[in-house]
Design a protein. Structure first.
Length: 391
């Protein structure tokens, strides 16, 4: 289950138990921080919490603040600044050298259910999108924590209906720009006497993984992919291997012929595929189908020479292999010395993650650039976008 779905489930559970929950959301970061805009934590009445807004450094204090917010019944902003050297002695002692700003919202059961439904919808949306959260407001009929969602660049913004049309147009245009740049940021909007601080959280599409082969060594790969919040599909030519009790929460497809494989691959529409049926002829058929698809990542389990034999066979059959070397990872996985099925699964998930992020998968100590793509500090926009200032 993805983290956002866990947050949604926690809010729904609190609502069912008639609790007042507090939702803490990272709405601005500067410098080195473990979590970025959009990280969330739900603080419950019994002192427990679900989710994380740091590496565990500030969660205890956030839960204490949540008690005060719950008692007061009003949302507030909390800032944790560890950029000063004095923080090691007098502050939180993290030594991270960054600033994290949180929005803490008290949610009664009705509000929690509404928020849970919105977050669930966002989490299950297949494509990338943007969640815009009100952080500060002046002269606008919106409240702290109000949210709007942009499902994709060509969609209309949903939410913020109480805002004036010109200001809403600015938010729409800014969300589109954030989505294009794949950058989350806090933005200060000014429209005449109206001011609105919005945290724009860019959500990546939910990664879709297709595993070809339902053997026992596929189980840890599927489990890790599910833990990452990925959508997982499983294809196999053996009906007995696709028991729903063995693969809960996984889409399963039985194929009996190369034609079935081609159809299954076309319908998968996935971001990464891993071929691991351990049956040479079936793996050749799987590889041929994936090469005929646009999937950018084709992982082949087993030694490199096995895949080379498959490619030679496909070439002799007239299958086009243009660009195959750039898409095929054989053997699939990062070089971490994996031996057990769990270790091999870890190396595969790590390589897919690195590939999607455009990273090489090497040690972080060798990276000369920041670990995270930088989120910009608060940006100010005072000019209208596609709107008449006199409106």
């Amino acid at each position: 289950m993805s983290e956002l779905l866990e947050i949604s489930a926690a809010l729904a559970r609190a609502a069912r138990e008639n609790q007042v929950s507090v939702l803490a959301t990272v709405v601005r970061t500067e410098g080195s921080t473990y979590r970025r805009i959009g990280a969330r934590l739900v603080a419950l009445e019994d002192g427990s919490h679900v989710g994380a807004v740091s590496a565990g450094c500030i969660e205890a204090d956030v839960v204490l603040r949540a008690d005060r917010v719950r008692a007061a019944g009003t949302a507030e902003l909390a800032t944790y600044d560890t950029r000063s050297p004095d923080d090691l002695i007098w502050g939180y002692g993290t030594g991270c050298g960054g600033l994290t700003e949180l929005l803490l919202e008290p949610l009664d059961p009705e509000q929690a259910l509404a928020k849970a439904e919105l977050l669930r919808t966002v989490a299950e949306t297949p494509g990338p999108g943007v969640v815009a959260t009100v952080v500060q407001v002046k002269g606008v009929a919106l409240n702290l924590g109000d949210q709007a969602v942009l499902q994709h660049a060509a969609a209309e913004l949903t939410g913020f209906e109480a805002a004036a049309a010109p200001l809403r147009a600015i938010v729409q245009a800014t969300a589109c720009e954030m989505l294009r740049a794949r950058t989350s940021a806090a933005v200060h909007h000014v429209w005449g006497r109206q001011e609105l601080d919005v945290a724009y959280e860019v959500r990546s599409r939910r990664l879709r993984l297709c595993v070809c082969g339902a053997g026992s060594d596929a189980a840890p790969l599927v489990a890790m992919a599910r833990m990452m919040g990925w959508h997982v599909m499983l294809i196999d030519h053996r009906a007995a291997m696709l028991s729903p009790t063995q693969w809960p929460g996984v889409d399963r497809t039985l194929v009996r012929s190369p034609a079935d494989i081609t159809v299954a691959v076309e319908e998968a529409g996935c971001d990464a595929a891993v071929v691991m049926s351990h049956h040479y002829d079936r793996d050749v058929e799987f590889l041929a189908a994936w090469l005929d698809s646009p999937v950018p990542f084709i992982g082949m389990l087993g030694p490199a020479h096995r895949t080379q034999l498959m490619l030679a066979r496909l070439a002799s059959l007239g299958v086009a292999l243009t660009g195959a070397q750039q898409r095929i990872r054989a053997p699939v996985g990062l070089d971490i010395g994996g031996e057990t099925p769990e270790e091999i699964a870890l190396s595969i998930v790590a390589e897919i993650t690195a590939s999607v992020a455009g990273r090489g998968g090497g040690p972080l100590r060798d990276r000369r650039l920041p670990i995270h793509d930088r989120e910009e500090p608060s940006i100010s926009t005072s000019l209208p976008l596609h709107a008449d200032r006199s409106a």
